[in-house]
Design a protein around this ligand. Structure first.
Ligand code: THU
Length: 153
């Protein structure tokens, strides 16, 4: 069944105007990054189910593992606005290689996004590859797993 195969889970297309809005929002968010240890500034922008955009930057910490990613900041802003769905994410990094969300953030996004949610990689110069959440996190664990009781034989 095609729908069950992650390789067939292409990202939903975002309108060009939304891509541009997400890119601008992520650039502004990246300018706020607190990344004195890695010097790798990240901005993220998420569009919700109402079409509103929520942004975040990475927030590092002198106790290194306590820092968190730009995607986590943006997801917190989305939830605090009252929204409950992530329809698309653009993440913008400062390195030469195209950024993609870390494993932990893929799982965080999984809570609020469908498998075909587009995840756009970008830098300050250009937009890069676009993946679906399911392409980045196949065979994932999600809310539905907690809603299906074990069948007794
Ligand atoms: N980082 C993000 O904010 N998002 C990503 O998708 C990848 C990594 C941050 C975490 C840390 O502050 C810095 O980038 C270097 O890993």
């Amino acid at each position: 069944m095609a729908g069950m195969n992650p390789s067939h889970s292409k990202p939903v297309a975002l309108p060009e105007a939304m891509l541009q809005s997400l890119w601008a929002a992520a650039r502004a968010a990246q300018a706020r990054a607190y990344a004195p240890y890695s010097n790798y500034a990240v901005g993220a922008a998420i569009v919700d189910e109402h079409g509103a955009i929520h942004v975040g930057c990475n927030v590092e910490n002198a106790a290194y593992p306590q820092g968190w990613c730009a995607e986590a900041t943006a997801l917190g802003a989305l939830v605090m606005s009252g929204a409950r769905k992530a329809r698309g994410l653009l993440v913008l990094g400062s390195g030469g290689a195209w950024i993609t969300p870390c494993g932990g953030c893929r799982q965080k996004l999984r809570e609020f996004g469908e498998g075909q949610m587009p995840i756009v990689s970008a830098n300050l110069q250009a937009l890069g590859p676009i993946y679906s959440l399911e392409q980045l996190l196949p065979h994932s664990f999600g809310p539905a797993h907690l809603q299906q009781p074990l069948q007794q034989p």
